[in-house]
Design a protein around this ligand. Structure first.
Ligand code: ADP
Length: 212
């Protein structure tokens, strides 16, 4: 929430002199109490100030954090998602390893010939395949080692990035495919992006350095 210059002044006064009555605030600002009423209403409704009966206004302290949380909850997956990095289900494990290096990612989304999500393959899935019998890496399809649908944790462009980050933590994965339903094909999902731990870290840095 963006405060007006006058509202910021009121907050400063209450921080310094609270508890303070509206009468005293009005005097300090050379305003009538009536003129002050809408600003005080906004500041108390948003939780920045608390109106204590027969005592006056006090500064609440907590809202700065609440405001940051409010801003973060407004950011949608669609605002920050990256390009999907995909591989076909019939590509070999060897090809998947090469793609991982070429694309410089840790997770690939596995899709069918129409681009619909079939599974996810992570670097550890590929490492596991590569420490076993390595003679068939070029013939073994990636679909053998991937985690497959319907066990894939996904997100959508409309979902809040906070919810996506909670899914990453809760399910202990590095990346989520961003998907949308395919018209006329129930249960099929089109991959339109990805959210990774790096996406969240980058956003965290952007938020922390905004306005500097
Ligand atoms: P790493 O290989 O670095 O451990 P992850 O922690 O992302 O990478 O993967 C752990 C396991 O979870 C792997 O077996 C992978 O196939 C699976 N996995 C990765 N992302 C997802 C996802 N979004 N939904 C379901 N399973 C996933």
């Amino acid at each position: 929430m963006q405060l007006s210059p006058r509202q910021e002044k009121i907050v400063e006064i209450v921080k310094r002199h609270g508890p303070i009555t509206s009468h005293q605030i009005a005097e300090m600002l050379n305003l009538t109490r009536a003129a002050l009423r809408p600003d005080l209403a906004i500041l108390t409704m948003s939780g920045i100030l608390e109106a204590r009966p027969r005592v006056g206004y006090v500064y609440h302290g907590k809202p700065a954090q609440a405001l940051v949380a409010e801003e973060i909850r407004k950011i949608k997956v669609g605002d920050v998602k990256g390009l999907p990095k995909v591989i076909r289900y019939d590509a070999s494990v060897y090809d998947a390893i090469v793609t991982l290096f070429l694309e410089d990612v840790g997770t690939l989304m596995v899709v069918d010939s129409e681009g619909h999500l079939e599974g996810v393959v992570s670097r550890k899935d590929l490492l596991k395949a590569a420490i076993g019998d390595t003679s068939n890496l070029k013939t073994m399809p990636v679909s053998v080692v991937m985690t497959r649908m319907p066990n894939i944790i996904c997100t959508t462009p409309e979902e809040s990035v906070l919810t996506a980050a909670q899914k990453i933590i809760e399910h202990e994965v590095d990346a989520l495919p961003v998907v949308r339903p395919v018209a006329g094909k129930e249960k099929k999902l089109e991959v339109i992006g990805r959210i990774t731990k790096t996406t969240i870290t980058r956003l965290f840095v952007e938020l922390g350095t905004a306005g500097r």
